[in-house]
Ligand binder design. Structure first.
Ligand code: PMP
Length: 357
């Protein structure tokens, strides 16, 4: 080891899902939206005046913040924006989780949480989901340095009732509680309605899923103006210009088309409900998803083998080689055509499996 290596901040990085780029692949592995962003976004790209790229973007991201405040029916002082919700969440960890007591989150959840905790040297403890993969709200009442969980949870796809979410917040008013609502638009009730009641609540959302803009990297947080001020203080002490001119422009444009947003989300929900039935008919078991993905297991197929077999067909899903979930696959909801191709393959796989037995 070189001498300077003793002072390196070593981290075991988060492993994002593969981003293969094959012509006919069916990509159901990173919870992206199979539909394009709102038509106004494309128009805005075509009309984008590149001359503005000479200039630094508005550090306050005012246009986007105002559009979000209007959409979420909160004051603009209650909105923070960042480069995807990963950026917002990382800054929130840095800003709010500075206690000596452990931050609490579920054992099966977004696998970036322990990575940020390690990176920022934040003590943390996980709380086991129950046998049905549900978050046990009573596990979050002990003294702690903060709480974070997604609703719906990932990769389990299960949502909590808002009354249960509120109970966790109510029992933790001395620390910041972050509700990660990356998938909320697909069927869970948002905690945004609680931000005026609880000044310790930060709700984090993203344009990556329901607004089809994972590639543009836009995320945001909603909370009490004081929480938002603290987040901005840390942001301005780190990088003032996180949002590019283009991201600011396109994010604002996406928010204008509420009808397209509703329509896209409804299409995905419809496909998801159908997928639940079709996969159950094919012998899969799955928790009741409120997200844009399903978390499935099959009593007879080893998940990793099925994952590999799907990959050979250019159908990409997500496999987590982790305790308790290594017999599960996470399948993003695609278009109806993509899902039909998945079912067709699974039918062939079933036939093959039957013959082999
Ligand atoms: N939270 C959860 C629970 C997620 O699954 C994801 C997607 N990987 C994110 C946050 C981050 O999404 P993004 O940075 O694209 O907004």
């Amino acid at each position: 080891m070189r001498a300077w290596e003793t002072n390196v901040r070593r981290v075991i990085p988060y492993t994002p899902g593969d981003q293969p780029d094959r012509p006919k692949m069916i990509k159901l592995n990173t919870n992206e939206n199979p539909y394009p962003p709102a038509p106004g976004v494309e128009k805005a790209v075509r009309e984008f005046q590149t001359d503005c790229l000479r200039l630094y973007p508005d550090p306050k991201a005012s246009a986007l913040v105002e559009a979000l405040a209007e959409r979420c029916q909160v004051k603009k002082e209650q909105i923070f924006v960042g480069v995807g919700s990963d950026d917002v969440l990382a800054l929130a960890f840095m800003t709010f989780f500075n206690s000596e007591k452990p931050v609490l989150f579920p054992d099966i959840t977004y696998s970036f949480y322990p990575v940020w905790a390690e990176e920022f040297r934040i003590p943390y403890e996980t709380r086991a989901l129950d046998a049905h993969f549900r978050i046990v709200k009573e596990d979050y009442v002990q003294e702690n340095g903060g709480v974070i969980f997604p609703n719906p949870n990932a990769p389990t796809s299960l949502a909590m009732e808002i009354s249960e979410v509120e109970e966790i917040i109510r029992h933790n008013q001395d620390v910041v509680v972050i509700v990660d609502e990356a998938y909320v638009d697909f069927g869970a009730e948002s905690a945004v309605g609680l931000v005026d009641k609880y000044d310790n609540l930060l709700v984090v959302q993203t344009f990556s899923k329901s607004r089809s803009m994972a590639g543009m990297r836009i995320g945001f947080a909603i909370g009490n103006p004081l929480l938002i001020k603290y987040l901005n203080d840390v942001k301005y002490s780190f990088n003032s210009y996180t949002m590019s001119q283009l991201a600011l422009r396109l994010g604002t444009e996406a928010l204008r088309d509420e009808a397209y947003f509703q329509e896209t989300v409804a299409k995905i929900i419809k496909t998801r409900e159908q997928a639940k039935r079709r996969l159950a008919e094919l012998g899969f078991r799955l928790p009741d998803s409120s997200a844009n993905f399903l978390f499935v297991t099959h009593p007879e197929y080893p998940a990793k083998e099925l994952y590999e077999a799907l990959k050979k067909e250019d159908i990409y899903v997500r496999y987590f080689d982790a305790p308790r979930i290594d017999q599960y696959l996470r399948i993003t909801i695609g278009t109806d055509e993509q899902m039909e191709a998945l079912y067709a393959f699974l039918e062939r796989y079933e036939a093959l499996h039957r013959k082999e037995r």
